[in-house]
Design a binder for this molecule. Structure first.
Ligand SMILES: Cc1ncc(COP(=O)(O)O)c(C=O)c1O
Length: 374
């Protein structure tokens, strides 16, 4: 059996090689490496796919968050609410701009930001909520947008892990992740559900004025070359990456279906194991399974990881330390009481999840997990 990896990018490239090689070759022949035609084409195709009017590529998902904060004209000292059980990017980009990240707790079932915790954290200086669609399903957008409206806050959707997930509102409206708040952000880091061959990201919005600012910000604050109207950054999506992404975008639905099928197989096999909780799917959102993350509730997570490793099965802990307890934030935020985030950091374990898993590999992983608990 081929060795098992968390993500098998080489096998995916092998499958799409003809189209990807042709797309890359075309960019090289044209040699318009910055803001070339493939960038415009990919932005347009992604906008159509996600049913949102404005999509701009940028350098990576962390820049996308920074660009969102800049476009929303947040100022030093403004508070922005972020979940503590999360990747560092949003809190880091905020801190870099002198904004104050305010860490809140998450829901133990969906792992996404908890609206009650958000509500309790809103103060006079609060300016925005970062709704992180963690592991591939949407945060509770209806509740978050209601809170934002009531308190005049911006909502930024960190969609790095959830491209293609769909959220259903109580009135029946269905929207793609990243297209419901003021600005949505994407990462095309290679292992993401839609990943390029290096760094890449995008910002999404429905607002024309915000779109205009975002477009200027990614390119040194200019609309007209060498006329700099606002402070921006240099964060463009390379033409080569856009060409690769445009090929892969056509496969996004089938990538998602493969991930969902694998997750279904895993969850069916693990649902009756005492001490192991499969990921739950919220009633309002589809789940695109960027990660398949279980909870090990009997204190034996490390033993499980060691056992699987001995069988050649890698696992990962996303995330081992809650953000408010990270060395960089602990002095200021370490006293916060965020029990769910802490518990999840001790319990979660992610299994290999990708689009190229063979039936044999899947059966082997499921067999090994069941063997450990038997
Ligand atoms: C939730 C989340 N937000 C933001 C990012 C940042 O994306 P990038 O690595 O492209 O900067 C990541 C990347 O892992 C992420 O998982």
């Amino acid at each position: 059996m081929k060795s098992i990896q968390m993500v098998d990018l080489a096998a995916q490239y092998d499958r799409l090689k003809t189209d990807i090689d042709a797309a890359m070759n075309e960019v090289i022949v044209r040699s318009q490496f910055i803001q070339g035609e493939a960038v415009r084409q990919f932005e347009q195709n992604l906008a159509e796919k996600l049913d949102v009017p404005f999509v701009w590529g940028c350098g990576n998902g962390t820049d996308a968050l920074q660009m969102a904060f800049m476009a929303l004209e947040l100022n030093p000292g403004d508070e922005i609410i972020v979940p503590s059980f999360n990747y560092i990017a949003a809190a880091e980009a905020a801190a870099l701009m002198g904004l104050k990240p305010v860490f809140v707790d998450v829901d133990e079932h969906t792992f996404c930001i908890d609206p009650i915790s958000v509500k309790n954290a809103i103060k006079t200086n609060t300016k925005a909520i970062v709704a992180v669609h963690l592991f591939g399903q949407c945060a509770p957008m209806e509740e978050l947008l209601d809170l934002a409206k009531a308190h005049q806050l911006f909502v930024i959707e960190d969609t790095a892990q959830a491209i293609g997930a769909q959220y259903t509102f109580s009135d029946g409206r269905i929207r793609y992740a990243g297209t419901m708040g003021d600005v949505g952000t994407l990462s095309f880091f290679p292992s993401k559900n839609l990943g390029c061959y290096g760094d890449g990201g995008a910002v999404l919005t429905r607002s024309e004025p915000l779109a205009e600012r975002l477009k200027m910000i990614r390119n040194h604050g200019q609309k007209v070359k060498y006329t700099h109207e606002i402070i921006g950054i240099n964060s463009r999506l390379d033409t080569l990456q856009a060409a690769i992404l445009d090929v892969k975008l056509k496969h996004l639905d089938s990538f998602t279906a493969a991930r969902q099928a694998l997750a279904k197989n895993y969850s069916e096999a693990f649902s009756k194991i005492a001490g192991l909780i499969p990921p739950s799917i919220s009633a309002q959102s589809t789940h695109v399974f960027h990660q398949y993350t279980l909870r090990c509730t009997h204190g034996n997570r490390q033993a499980l990881a060691d056992f699987l490793k001995s069988k050649g099965i890698p696992t990962m802990i996303y995330y081992p330390i809650a953000l408010h307890l990270q060395p960089v934030f602990k002095a200021e935020h370490g006293e916060l009481n965020l029990p769910v985030s802490l518990r999840l950091c001790d319990e979660v374990i992610s299994l290999p999840m990708h689009t190229e898993m063979t039936d044999e590999q899947r059966a082997y992983i499921i067999g090994a997990v069941c063997e450990f608990f038997s």
